[in-house]
Ligand binder design. Structure first.
Ligand code: FES
Length: 141
């Protein structure tokens, strides 16, 4: 788990009820090393987990439709590009071309019926000004 940046406050992502067990994820955007990157948060076995939306095989977004990360049986996160599969609780690759890799986890916490993300020194909320790639000026929801 990445270390928390003590200078950064937690960011509210969504209400707890928005994350249904093994349901669609809530997607949001962050910056990693001054680049805009997608991220997602979902509920699996009662736990709330979040990762960067970047496959360990090729760093591209994995969902075939926004927020749809689980396979047909709703057991594994699956990349829609070449079919790599990941354990939802650990983010570790368990099949396909990502073998040995893992998703990048984000620290999240659920309290008072809300879900919060704790930025790290490497992964931060989007800034107020545009990023190098012309990314959004909005903060995550
Ligand atoms: S880009 Fe995800 S499996 Fe190849």
């Amino acid at each position: 788990m990445p270390p928390i940046d003590p200078a950064t406050n937690p960011v509210r992502l969504c209400a707890s009820e928005a994350l249904v067990e093994r349901g669609d994820a809530v997607v949001f955007e962050v910056q990693q090393w001054r680049r805009k990157v997608g991220a997602f948060v979902m509920r699996f076995e009662g736990r709330v987990v979040a990762y960067l939306n970047q496959c360990a095989h090729v760093p591209t977004e994995m969902d075939w439709q926004e927020g749809k990360f689980l396979d047909r049986d709703r057991e594994l996160i699956i990349c829609s590009i070449h079919g790599a599969t990941y354990d939802p609780l650990s983010g570790r690759c368990v099949g396909g071309p990502c073998l040995g890799g893992r998703l990048t986890p984000l620290r999240v916490e659920e309290r008072d019926a809300q879900v919060y993300w704790y930025p790290s020194s490497d992964i931060q909320p989007l800034p107020a000004e545009p990023l190098r790639d012309g990314g959004s000026v909005e903060s995550p929801p």
